[in-house]
Design a protein around this ligand. Sequence first.
Ligand SMILES: Nc1ncnc2c1ncn2[C@@H]1O[C@H](COP(=O)(O)OP(=O)(O)O)[C@@H](O)[C@H]1O
Ligand SMILES: [Mg+2]
Length: 265
Amino acid sequence: MRRRARWLRRAREEDERVKDRDLLKTVEEVFDPITMGHVERLIAKGVIRELRGVVSAGKEARVYWARGRGGRELAVKIYLSFTAEFRKSIRKYILGDPRFERIPSGNFRRLIYEWTRKEFRNLRRLREAGVRVPEPLAFQGNVLVMEFLGEEGYRAPLLVEAAREAAGGEILELWRDTVEQLRGIVCRARLVHADLSEYNLIVWRGGVWVIDVAQAVSHGHPHAAEFLERDIRNIASFYRGLLGAEPPGLGELRGELLECLKGSR
Ligand SMILES: Nc1ncnc2c1ncn2[C@@H]1O[C@H](COP(=O)(O)OP(=O)(O)O)[C@@H](O)[C@H]1O
Ligand SMILES: [Mg+2]
């Protein structure tokens, strides 16, 4: 509770809240007519009631803040411009996943749609397994609608931001919770995140939440073990830096996760 109040106060002070006028400008600039059509479809269905400012403008996707039924706050993630490099890496994550064998080769738009659908399905699967992820609500073409992690248009801090303000004890708590989510991803949802880092974890309502799961693969993926090793290495090295020591239980955790992966072969 105290932590929540702190991040919200700081966010307000720095006025990180999305602004309507930014939105209108950005929407006009970046939305092609087909994307606009998907957004309008979601509005017509009543999923999105009002679409507001940009929460994040990444290389491939933009995330907007919106309101849905009953005024509920939403995050709307829209995949827009894929670089050739990203396109190649997408193929790597989709191709090896038995759930996505029907790859629409050469059809770029279909590839983005498949990627969006993959993120939606991964979110649903993770949520069903009890992993803390934003609730997936709808998808349409390259547009994904999910629960907003934050309040009043202020998004909750990323792990990398929250850790800056956390004391030693709190960091251990965050580590333990990260481990719990990682266990859920690998042993219960039977997925590998494949891009796990302090930038794809959000600290909200006293817990660690997992985001950005489009690239997450099932255990049958030929590179699943390699991706898992990389996830563990990345997150462990972040916490090692914070703690100035090996995060507790790391060795056992690694063994346990690899067992979960092997067990499903
Ligand atoms: N459900 C959400 N609620 C609040 N903020 C979000 C949500 N999903 C994403 N964000 C914000 O948008 C940023 C980018 O989203 P992410 O899914 O990581 O896409 P990418 O890193 O591929 O651009 C995140 O770092 C976070 O700040
Ligand atoms: Mg991300």
